[in-house]
Write a protein that binds this ligand. Structure first.
Ligand SMILES: [Zn+2]
Length: 476
C-alpha cells in the first residue's frame, strides 16, 4: 500500500479518455506531487493506494480541469463597459482601456483568473500587455498559464482613425512589446515544473508590420515558443490587409508561413470555406470564442465548418468587456446553443463534443496532450471536483442512460465546483481560493477601477462612449 498526497474516491470520474467522455461510475484518482498516479474503479485504486488527504466524492463528478484557450485577463478591470454597441473595438474597448494603467490591469487580471479558477478552469491561455508583470498573477494564483505578450505596433490613439484605413504602424511600440514578450519567455517559460508556458501573441496581421511578424515568428520558432494570434476577426482586418497587400488576411498569413500547428488561430470569424481549408491544412487549431463574438457583433464563427474540414477546435472566453464572464461552463453551453441555432439543428455541438473542446481537444491545440486534458496516470494533476447535489444537477442517472455530461454542459454554472487541483496543488478548497485573499483582491480591483473612471472623466472622447450617454440619460 502506497500513501499518496491526494486520493479522491467514490466519485463519478469523467476521464475524457478514449473517443467520448470515458466515465467510470464509481472511480478514484490518486495524486502524488504534480502528477496523477492512478485512475480507476474505487475498489481497484484502494487496493494499492491510501492518501495523506482523502476526498470522498460520492455524488460528485471528478474530471479534468477546464482549459480556456483564449483570454485577455487584464481587460477585466473594464468589465461591463463596452457592450451593446456597434464598432466594439474602435468605439468601445480601446478608448475605455486607454484610461487604465498597468496597476489596474494587473489587479483586473487577478480578478479574471480568480473567477476562472473558482469556476473550474485550470488552464488559461492568456494574451496580455506587460506580460512580464502580469505573469506574476498566474504564478501566485497557481493556475496553469499559457501566457503571451500581445504585440502590436499601433499608435495609442488608433481608435480615432477610420476603421477600414490600414493602421499606421509605430515600430518603436512593436519593438518594445516584443522585447517585453522575450523577457517574459526568458524569465518564466517552464516555471514551476512547467506550470507556466510562455508564448508570443502578435495581436493580428493588420496590427503588426510584416517585418515585426518575421521577427516574432523567427524568435518563436527558433526557441520552440508557441504563437497565438487573432485571425480574420472582422471585415475590418480583411479590408485593411486588402488595401495594403491586395489579398485577404488568411492567404497572406499562409503565404508568409505564419500558420502551422504551433499557431493558435483565434476567431476566424470571416474566414471563407477556402480560407478554412487553408488553415486546417496548415495544422493550426481554431479557438472558438462564442459568447464574446455573439455579444460584440452577433457573429457565430465557422467552427462547425472548421470541424467538418478536419480541423481541431478549442474554446475561449476572451475578455470581460465583451463576454462579461470568463466561465468555461457557460462558454460550453453558449457554444452548443449558438451552433444549434446557426444550423437550425439540435444535433450540432452535442454536450460530449463541447466538453472535449474544453478539455482533451484544447490540450491538443496547446500541444500539451501528453500532460493535460484528461485523467490518466502520468499526466499532470489538473483535476476538479463538481458537487452534483444541486437542484439543477438532479437527478444523477448512470444506467441504462447517463445524463451526467448534458447536465454538466447545460445546467452547471461553475459555482458547483468544490475543489480545484492544479499541478497537484489544492488551489480551491471547499469553494475557497487557497492562494490569494479574494476579498482583498476584489476591494483592490474596485479601487483601481475608480481611479480609471476618474481618468475617464477627463477623456476627450467621453461624449462618444455609448455607456456614458446612457448613464447621462438615466438608462443605467
Ligand atoms: Zn482576443
Amino acid at each position: 500500500m502506497k500513501t499518496v498526497d491526494l486520493l479522491i474516491m467514490n466519485g463519478i470520474v469523467v476521464t475524457m479518455e478514449g473517443t467520448g467522455c470515458g466515465i467510470i461510475p464509481d472511480g478514484a484518482v490518486a495524486i502524488q506531487g504534480n502528477d496523477i498516479v492512478a485512475v480507476g474503479p474505487t475498489a481497484d485504486v484502494l487496493k494499492e493506494y491510501d492518501g495523506h488527504r482523502v476526498f470522498n466524492a460520492k455524488n460528485k463528478v471528478v474530471m479534468p480541469g477546464l482549459i480556456d484557450c483564449h483570454a485577455h485577463s487584464c481587460d477585466a478591470i473594464a468589465r461591463g463597459t463596452a457592450q451593446d454597441i456597434s464598432g466594439w473595438m474602435y468605439k468601445g474597448i480601446w478608448p475605455v482601456l486607454s484610461c487604465s494603467d498597468v496597476e489596474g490591469k494587473k489587479i483586473g487580471s487577478m480578478v479574471h483568473l480568480a473567477e476562472s479558477v473558482l469556476g473550474g478552469t485550470t488552464t488559461i491561455c492568456d494574451m496580455v500587455y506587460d506580460s512580464d508583470t502580469i505573469v506574476e498573477n498566474h504564478v501566485q494564483l497557481g493556475v496553469r498559464g499559457f501566457v503571451s505578450e500581445m504585440i502590436h505596433s499601433m499608435p495609442p490613439d488608433v481608435y480615432k482613425a477610420d476603421e477600414n484605413a490600414p493602421i499606421e504602424h509605430d515600430a518603436s511600440i512593436g519593438n518594445r512589446r516584443f522585447q517585453t514578450g522575450r523577457k517574459m519567455v526568458e524569465q518564466y517559460n517552464g516555471y514551476d515544473n512547467g506550470r507556466i508556458t510562455c508564448m508570443l501573441g502578435p495581436q493580428a496581421i493588420n496590427m503588426c508590420s510584416l517585418e515585426l511578424m518575421d521577427e516574432i515568428y523567427g524568435y518563436a520558432r527558433k526557441n520552440n515558443v508557441g504563437i497565438t494570434i487573432h485571425v480574420s476577426q472582422g471585415d475590418r482586418e480583411n479590408v485593411q490587409i486588402e488595401r495594403r497587400f491586395h489579398k485577404r488576411a488568411i492567404p497572406l498569413l499562409d503565404e508568409k508561413g505564419y500558420l502551422g500547428p504551433d499557431v493558435l488561430c483565434v476567431h476566424l470569424t470571416c474566414a471563407t470555406p477556402e480560407e478554412i481549408a487553408t488553415v486546417v491544412k496548415s495544422g493550426s487549431p481554431m479557438v472558438l470564442c462564442s459568447t464574446s463574438l455573439a455579444i460584440i457583433g452577433g457573429e457565430i464563427p465557422p467552427a462547425s465548418e472548421f470541424l467538418a474540414a478536419g480541423g481541431l477546435v478549442a474554446l475561449g472566453t476572451d475578455q470581460a468587456p465583451g463576454n462579461n464572464r470568463n466561465n468555461m461552463f457557460s462558454e460550453m453551453k453558449m457554444s452548443a446553443l449558438l451552433n444549434k441555432c446557426k444550423h437550425k439543428q439540435g444535433t450540432f455541438f452535442p454536450a460530449w463534443q463541447v466538453l472535449r473542446m474544453a478539455t482533451v481537444d484544447a490540450a491538443r491545440a496547446l500541444r500539451k496532450e501528453k500532460e493535460i486534458g484528461s485523467l490518466r496516470p502520468g499526466k499532470k494533476a489538473d483535476v476538479i471536483i463538481v458537487d452534483m447535489q444541486y437542484p439543477a444537477l438532479t437527478p444523477i442517472l448512470l444506467s441504462p442512460i447517463r445524463n451526467i455530461i448534458p447536465n454538466l454542459v447545460y445546467s452547471a454554472n461553475g459555482s458547483e465546483v468544490e475543489t480545484v487541483i492544479i499541478n497537484g496543488k489544492v488551489v480551491v478548497d471547499d469553494h475557497q481560493l487557497t492562494t490569494i485573499d479574494l476579498k482583498q483582491t476584489i476591494a483592490d480591483a474596485n479601487a483601481a477601477a475608480q481611479r480609471f473612471c476618474g481618468r475617464l472623466e477627463h477623456f476627450d472622447g467621453l461624449d462618444q462612449l455609448p455607456l456614458a450617454k446612457w448613464t447621462r440619460e438615466g438608462l443605467y
